[in-house]
Ligand binder design. Structure first.
Ligand code: B4P
Length: 189
């Protein structure tokens, strides 16, 4: 099974990915984590990523797709057993690129889990995390920018995947356990 976990910043993608990995044994690719690892190691891509992330902007599609392709190649064996994509795709061109990258590997996306959370709760969660996350993008000004970018560039993917017949919207507020149960029900229904 190959899944995309989709939602606004702070919708709980990372949190619920952990539950799905534990249940289905999927390989986790979080593009946010991949980029933060590049930044921590001081790679060329990390230096570029840092300039976008700290402003709450998305990396250019071409660069991001190249980084994702490297990640798929570096973990080919695990990837073949099933993947959860967390934070990718974030634009329509990235969705097309993902389709091509997977087709070349004899794979496809089976479901897109969309975590639906009201904006005031997103802001509250990220401001709370920012108190001790040390992340350059968890401050009120950048959080607002990230949510604006989500509405402009990422939210249109919801209709794209509804059109593909793979979108499963899940109410993303309440306890982490309750949301995990809703996701499993949506996937297994
Ligand atoms: P990400 O790391 O993906 O950042 P994010 O969208 O904010 O998601 P994150 O994983 O942090 O939060 P989550 O929803 O899990 O990306 C960071 C940056 O990298 C982007 O802004 C962009 O610049 C760049 N980037 C990444 N991918 C890219 C791409 N494809 N193209 C271009 N650029 C890209 O929320 C977690 C928070 O909510 C936690 O604090 C958690 O404790 C809390 N939470 C979760 N569930 C909860 C619940 N039920 N109740 C209360 N709190 C809850």
């Amino acid at each position: 099974m190959n899944l995309i976990i989709f939602g606004a910043p702070g919708s709980g993608k990372g949190t619920q990915s952990e539950r799905l990995i534990a249940r289905y044994g999927l390989h986790h690719i979080s593009t946010g984590d991949v980029l933060r690892s590049h930044i921590a190691r001081g790679t060329e891509n990390g230096k570029i990523a840092d300039t976008y992330i700290s402003k709450g902007q998305l990396l250019p599609d071409e660069l991001m797709v190249g980084i994702l392709a490297d990640e798929l190649d570096a973990n080919a064996e695990k990837v073949a057993k099933g993947v959860i994509f967390d934070g990718f795709p974030r634009t329509i061109p990235q969705a097309h690129a993902l389709k091509d990258l997977l087709e070349k590997r004899g794979m496809k996306i089976d479901a897109v889990v969309g975590l639906e959370v009201p904006e005031d709760e997103l802001i509250e969660r990220l401001v709370k995390r920012g108190i001790d996350s040390g992340r350059s993008d968890d401050n009120p000004e950048t959080i607002k920018k990230r949510i604006d970018v989500y509405h402009e560039q990422t939210h249109p993917l919801r209709d794209f995947y509804v059109g593909e017949g793979s979108y499963k919207g899940v109410h993303g507020t309440g306890s982490i356990d309750d949301i995990a149960d809703r996701i499993v029900k949506a996937l297994e229904s």
